[in-house]
Design a protein. Sequence first.
Length: 428
Amino acid sequence: MNQRLFILALDGTPFTLLNELLQMGIMPHLKKLTEQSVFKSMDSVLPPVSSSAWASFMTGKTPDQHGIMGFVDRDPATLEWVLPNASHLRSQTLWQKYSAQQKRVFTMNVPVTYPPKPLNGISICGFLGSDIVKGTYPAEIGLLLKARGYRIDADTELAKQDLNLFLNDLFKVLEKRIETLWHFYDQEAWDVFMTHIMETDRLHHFFYEYYEQRDPRFYERFLNMYRRLDALIGEILDRTAPQDALLLLSDHGFTTMKYEVYLNKWLQENTFLSFSKPNPLSLQDLTPQSLAYSLYPGRIYLNVRGREAHGRVEQGIEYEQVRNRLINLLRQLKDPQGNFVVKQVLRREEAYPQAGNTAFTQLPDLIVLPEKGYDFKGNLQHPVLFDKTIFNGTHTADNAFVLAHGLSLPPGELAIDRLGASLFSFFR
Ligand SMILES: [Zn+2]
């Protein structure tokens, strides 16, 4: 009998957090599983956001290769926003490869699977899909899911009203996802079965500091999410066959947020950027004098002549001069307490050494990597450079995790794209 592959994805769950929870006895089933598995930390990709990282998992490629550079991108020729989704993926996915091998595939809630593509099995879209009815293959599954009360994501707007209401909603969405997992598990023959849990990432964005500070208002409910996931892991261990391969993983780490840092505000204060309107709505409101602008997270693009709609920075010497000035100034940037916020500024060719010909048009000219706890926002306008909002956790590019049981991992230091690449040869 052929080996099957069961994948459980916990978005944004840090390796170090799981180790703490294991030591505290919060996750006994996971603990048992780690004793029979390879369990280690893993790097994310640049930038370490869910759409880029899961696209890297599914394609085995880095973001410059698969083409998903974040939640939002820009068309330099028009300076219009582009919202990258599955139709922008430039590389074959695991699901396409397995389908071509006549394997039955089930994927639920995996980011960047919207709009759905045909495969040998079932695809239920995830993050950035807005309408479940249009988000599934085959199409009729969407109506069924809607009728069952299935949702792609919790309502993060609730968090602005009341964090407890938001938590209730988060657990509700998680329960429905787990219920739907077992519904299809029982009903469908499968060779690969992947469920992605977004609720961990959502929990961390709003509650990570409360966990780290043992805040009595939310600490137990934070742990309850992981208690519930541990029960799910126990059920998975009970219900999968002993010879099935199990892969658990996350796509990036998390840490308590120190500050949101509004890079376009910084570019304006340092005369690299100006807008033709007091309340700019898009990059089309950039003045022709602008030298640079930024997109989330920490991506800086120069306003290059011949590339951007009204570009002014000449390619060659001026381009390098502007990049060098930005690098030198950013390295000196400090928060209100006097702490440095920039860990490193990478030039495009340093961040993506293997990038091909399209790189100059599509990739950021600089990537600003934060010290732990800073989040480089891409809002065009913000009243202050440093801010603290309702978000109290932020991503890290390291400290994701992988657990492999019954399958071997590539040797050495692991990143999510290399892990994905190794899975292309799961079935021989
Ligand atoms: Zn996130």
